[in-house]
Design a protein around this ligand. Structure first.
Ligand SMILES: Cc1ncc(C[n+]2csc(CCOP(=O)(O)OP(=O)(O)O)c2C)c(N)n1
Ligand SMILES: [Mg+2]
Length: 565
């Protein structure tokens, strides 16, 4: 007996290596919900709401390569949109499965719930589809072919796909022969035309040989297409040095010998790195730098396009030369091979490193001193273990974390481009389920956490063991930095954060609150000694969130608002 449309879809997605489905059930989605429940390779995760489900699937896809979110018609799918648009921006293949009214309802023109009562059944498709790079309405006849097209496109672009399942069609057996898919790790998303590839390799090798101060700027595109080890091999063979932007932070261990620091325009760390990057005679952009404000020290950087060779996922730009049929995986492998057969460049600057990465922060503060950022971040740096995965929500913490060097082997995820606060908590759940062998350490501001804190309950329910750190300053602190003075609209309701896990049903969690240096140190020691999840609230003085320097605010206003305003 052929599998049903929905079971076949789940089989095909499970083939990729996806093991969880985040979502909220709904009557239109029952065929999907039921099929997930009995699927041998998939586990349903009962998200607190659809936005959280989409954020969690985004986090999952970051670590597993792809994710699934399942919602119901209209009310559910629309609630997930911000999370899916984030996955569009940040390039994550999240498959959005939506149950829709049956064809029987549509053919009879019955007025049904979750509509405007006007017999327009397609209103939401156009909206949801715009938060995806590919979409399909699956039927028994098209499921086999359409799924190949959809999966191919979502992986090729590394962006979400939107799939609708009319309730009755979802349960019908597929026609055609089912396809057994491959796991993500063995799928090559892009191909190259041999002649173009050779031309690009020749050009790159010639340019690298002709310069004396090249810098490599790797981007998260390497992560998205599973090329981090290929990048490491390239560094080893070439001897080149690299810097990361905030978006690409901790792509490799920040103790890597070729790591120079974080390039962030005028806010680079170490500060001297700015000139090293901007004066480099060749910049090799691996994946397509995003010159967004928060990725360029508020556009303070100045990179000369003539000195950049940009290797995008499936095309290359070198000045006015564009190669449209080369994949970054082939270019990296080709370069590595050529370097292996030619003398290694010891380092871009001979034996001398042009800058040393930022040192670790010194510990300061007496035991009875109140906690603040100055005492928190150095202790967090010490607390982190080599295989930890740090997840940072958007807010003051992201700016602070971007500026510090992470200990050896620590990875990091943040949502720098989309920057939707509240992403961090569900994303941390997704990361923890996707990569259970790593300890996930979430750092979030209290404002961001208040948007999606219900997902702590889902963490407890699923039994993951993250360390959640909430920085409680009582306000939307970063907004206070950039909105000139402390407006009342930045204030937050005062939650008793450390009580949340218990109220949300988590058992066996270490929970506590730190308001002094001694309490913070005790908390970190207790968390490390505890087998299981932890939730730590750290008090940060609101007064820290002082407005940025007037000239910085002025520059932002001038850039962001019309001159006449
Ligand atoms: C969904 C969403 N709503 C609003 C914003 C605007 N915003 C950006 S940061 C921020 C404040 C975050 O406050 P908090 O998490 O407490 O961090 P703090 O800077 O206080 O440490 C806000 C409201 C946003 N980025 N995303
Ligand atoms: Mg805050």
């Amino acid at each position: 007996m052929a599998p049903s449309v929905v079971t076949y879809t789940l089989d095909r997605l499970a083939d990729l290596g996806i093991g969880h489905v985040f979502g909220v059930p709904g009557d239109y989605a029952f065929p999907i919900n039921d099929a997930v429940e009995v699927h041998p390779r998939l586990t349903w995760v009962p998200s607190a709401n659809e936005l959280n489900a989409a954020y969690a699937a985004d986090g999952y896809a970051r670590r597993r390569g792809a994710g699934i979110v399942c919602t119901t018609y209209g009310v559910g799918e629309l609630s997930a949109l911000n999370g899916l648009m984030g996955a569009m921006a940040e390039r994550l293949p999240v498959f959005h499965l939506v149950g829709t009214p049956s064809l029987r309802i549509v053919r009879q023109g019955l007025i049904c719930h979750h509509t405007l009562g006007d017999r327009n059944y397609e209103r939401f498709e156009a909206i949801s589809a715009s938060a995806s790079c590919v979409s399909a309405r699956l039927t028994p006849e098209n499921a086999v072919i359409e799924l190949e097209r959809v999966i191919d496109k979502a992986l090729e672009e590394s962006r979400p796909a939107y799939l609708t399942f009319p309730m009755d069609l979802a349960l019908m057996p597929i026609t055609g022969t089912p396809i057994q898919g491959s796991p993500l790790g063995v799928i090559d998303q892009h191909d190259s035309v041999a002649g173009e590839l050779e031309a690009v390799l020749d050009l790159l090798m010639a340019r690298i040989a002709a310069v004396s101060r090249p810098v490599v700027l790797p981007t998260v595109t390497l992560k998205r297409f599973g090329l981090v080890s290929a990048f490491e091999a390239f560094l080893k063979a070439s001897g080149l040095s690299y810097a990361t932007t905030p978006m690409d932070k901790a792509l490799l261990s920040e103790e890597h010998p070729a790591f120079l620091g974080m390039y962030n325009g005028g806010r680079s760390t170490p500060a001297a790195l700015r000139n090293v990057v901007e004066d480099a005679d060749l910049l090799i952009d691996l994946g397509g730098l995003v010159l967004e404000d928060l990725n360029t020290g508020l556009w303070s950087g100045s990179l000369d396009p003539k000195r950049i060779i940009a290797l995008h996922a499936d095309w290359v730009q070198a000045g006015d030369r564009v190669f449209t049929s080369v994949s970054i995986s082939d270019v990296l492998a080709g370069l590595t091979q050529r370097f292996q057969h030619s003398p290694k460049r010891l380092s871009s600057w001979g034996e001398q490193r042009p800058v040393q990465p930022a040192p670790f922060l010194p510990l300061s503060g007496a035991a009875d001193q109140r906690t603040d950022s100055a005492v928190f971040y150095p202790r967090l740096q010490q607390f982190l273990r080599p295989t930890d995965l740090l997840v940072s929500d958007t807010g003051t913490c992201l700016l602070k974390l971007n500026a510090i060097r992470l200990p050896a082997g620590v990875s990091m995820e943040s949502q720098t481009l989309w920057g939707s606060i509240g992403w961090g908590t569900p994303a941390a759940l997704g990361c923890a389920l996707a990569e259970p062998e790593r300890r996930v350490v979430l750092v979030t501001g209290d404002g961001a956490h208040q948007l999606t804190a219900q997902e702590i309950g889902v963490m407890g329910f699923t039994g993951v063991n993250p360390v959640v750190i909430v920085l409680n300053n009582g306000l939307h602190g970063i907004e206070a930095l950039i909105s000139e003075t402390g407006h009342a609209y930045n204030d937050l309701p005062p939650w008793r954060f450390a009580d949340l896990p218990a109220a949300l049903g988590c058992s066996g969690w270490w929970c506590g609150r730190a308001g002094t240096v001694a309490e913070l140190e005790q908390a970190f020691a207790a968390i490390n000694a505890h087998q299981g999840a932890a939730y730590l609230e750290v008090l940060i003085p609101a007064e820290e969130s002082q407005p940025l320097a007037e000239d910085v605010i002025e520059t932002m206003h001038q850039t962001m608002t019309p001159q006449s305003v």
